[in-house]
Design a protein around this ligand. Structure first.
Ligand code: PMP
Length: 417
C-alpha cells in the first residue's frame, strides 16, 4: 500500500468518526460573537441626551450629512476629511448599493452619461473577494472581470492594462485593509498606482470598502496609504468612493455607516440622498459618540475585540498547522486583522471539501463565494469565518474541516494517479 493510500484510508476512518459525532457547527458568515456584542452593552442605555454639540435636537428630522461629531470621530480612522464624510444608517453595504443605483440613474461627476445609458458596465473584482460585492454587480447587470490578488493587493499590472484599454470598465471593488477574505492590506505602491493610473473611462470609480480599517488583532497595526489624498494629488480627485461602518465595532445590526469622497462626489451623493431621506438616525449617531468618545476610546474598544477574536485566529492557525502543515495539501493566510482566514486546498477540491464538511454537520461559506458568479475557476479557495462560534466549537469545526481536506485531497491525488 502506498503512503498516499494509507493517508487516504486514515482520513476516511477519521471522517467516518467525524460524521458519527453528529456535529452542528456554523462557520459561514463573519459575524461578531455575542461576547463581542456584549462589549457594547452600555450603548442600549445611551444616548443620555438628545442634544448634539451644536444644539441640534437629534430626535427630529434633518442633517442629511450626519452629525458633525461622529464624522469628526471617524474622519481620521477612515482617512476622509470630516467635511467630505457622510454618516448614515446602519449599513455600508446599503450605501454601496445606493451608490451603484445612483450611478446608474444620475450622471456622476466627470461622466458623459448615466451608467444605465451605457451599453455595458464592467467592474474589476480582485479575487478572492467579498461575495456581497459580487452579488451587487449581478443584481444590476454589471459584468465582472477577475483580477488576481497578490500579497500587496490586486495585481496592478493587470488592473492598469484593463482600465487603460476599455472605457466600459467603470469600477473596481477594493477591501484595502485586512481584506475579506485574504487578510491582505494593500501596499503603498498599490494604492499609489490605483490613484495615479490612466483610465479610459472618465467616470471610473474605486469602491474603497474599508470595512476593517481599525480591526487590528495584534499590536502590529497595518498602515494603509491615503487613497483619497493620493487621488487628489494625481489629478483624479473624483476617483474614490470610500465606505466604512461600525458594524464590527459596536453592534453589527445597529451601527453607523459612512460614505466619503471628493467634494463633488459628496455633493452628488447628497443630491441623490435628499430624494430618499430627510435625515439619518442621529440618536444612534449620538449614542456612538457618547459611547466611543474619541480616537483613544475607539482604540481601547477595538483592543477588547482583539482580546476575544485573536485567540480564535490563533486556534485556527494552530490546528491547520498541526493537521495540514507540511502535507502539501493546503495553504492558508494568517492575518493580523479583520474577520477572515482564506484556506486554499488543491485545485478542484474546494466544493467537495465544503460538501463533505456539510455532511459532517460543519457549515462553511459555499465554495466559489469568494469569486464573481460564485465560480472559483480553480475550485480551490475556502473562506473561514472564525469569530462567531465559541473557542471550543471553533476548534472542533476546524479539526473536522482538516479531516475533510485530508480525505478529499488525498482522494483527488490518488485519482490523478
Ligand atoms: N464590506 C465588507 C468587506 C464586509 O466584510 C462586510 C461584512 N461582512 C460589509 C461590508 C458589511 O458592512 P455593513 O454592516 O456596514 O453593511
Amino acid at each position: 500500500m502506498t503512503e498516499l493510500t494509507a493517508q487516504r484510508d486514515l482520513a476516511a476512518r477519521d471522517y467516518d468518526a467525524l460524521v458519527r459525532r453528529g456535529l452542528k457547527l456554523d462557520l459561514t458568515r463573519g459575524k461578531p460573537s455575542p461576547h463581542q456584542l456584549d462589549l457594547s452593552a452600555r450603548m442600549t442605555a445611551l444616548p443620555s441626551t438628545h442634544l448634539a454639540a451644536d444644539g441640534t435636537d437629534c430626535r427630529n428630522y434633518g442633517n442629511l450629512q450626519g452629525l458633525a461629531e461622529i464624522r469628526e470621530l471617524f474622519a481620521d480612522l477612515l482617512q476622509v476629511p470630516a467635511a467630505q464624510l457622510l454618516a448614515g444608517g446602519n449599513s455600508s453595504l446599503a450605501m454601496m448599493h445606493d451608490t451603484i443605483v445612483f450611478s446608474l440613474l444620475s450622471v456622476l461627476p466627470g461622466a458623459a452619461r448615466r451608467w444605465a445609458d451605457e451599453q455595458e458596465i464592467v467592474f474589476l473584482c480582485p479575487v478572492p473577494g467579498y461575495d456581497r460585492h459580487f452579488a451587487l454587480c449581478e443584481r444590476f447587470g454589471i459584468t465582472m472581470v477577475q483580477v488576481p490578488m497578490t500579497a500587496e493587493g490586486p495585481d496592478m499590472d493587470v488592473v492598469e492594462r484593463l482600465v487603460a484599454d476599455d472605457p466600459r470598465v467603470k469600477g473596481i471593488w477594493c477591501v484595502p485593509k485586512y481584506s475579506n477574505p485574504s487578510g491582505v492590506t494593500y501596499g503603498d505602491e498599490t494604492v499609489r498606482r490605483l490613484a495615479a493610473m490612466t483610465t479610459a473611462a472618465p467616470d471610473f470609480r474605486i469602491f474603497w470598502d474599508n470595512a476593517y480599517a481599525i480591526h487590528h488583532l495584534t499590536d502590529e497595526h497595518a498602515e494603509l496609504a491615503d487613497l483619497l489624498a493620493l487621488c487628489a494629488e494625481y489629478g483624479n480627485a473624483d476617483r474614490a468612493f470610500v465606505f466604512g461602518s461600525t458594524s464590527k465595532v459596536t453592534l453589527a445590526g445597529s451601527g453607523v455607516a459612512f460614505f466619503g469622497g471628493s467634494p463633488a462626489n459628496v455633493a452628488w451623493y447628497l443630491g441623490n440622498l435628499s430624494k430618499q431621506s430627510i435625515g439619518p438616525d442621529k440618536m444612534n449617531q449620538l449614542r456612538h459618540v457618547e459611547f466611543l468618545r474619541d480616537a483613544e476610546g475607539v482604540a481601547a474598544h477595538m483592543r477588547r475585540h482583539a482580546e476575544l477574536v485573536w485567540p480564535k485566529f490563533e486556534a485556527v492557525d494552530r490546528i491547520l498547522t498541526k493537521e495540514l502543515g507540511g502535507t502539501g495539501l493546503a495553504g492558508w493566510t494568517a492575518p493580523s486583522g479583520g474577520y477572515f482566514i482564506s484556506l486554499d486546498v488543491p485545485e478542484g477540491c474546494a466544493k467537495e471539501v465544503v460538501a463533505k464538511a456539510k455532511a459532517a454537520g460543519i457549515a462553511l461559506t459555499p465554495a466559489g463565494a469568494t469569486h464573481p458568479y460564485g465560480d472559483d475557476p480553480a475550485d480551490r479557495t475556502i473562506r473561514i469565518a472564525p469569530t462567531y462560534p465559541d473557542l471550543e466549537e471553533l476548534e472542533e469545526a476546524i479539526t473536522g474541516l482538516t479531516v475533510c481536506v485530508r480525505l478529499v485531497a488525498t482522494e483527488k491525488l490518488l485519482s490523478q494517479g
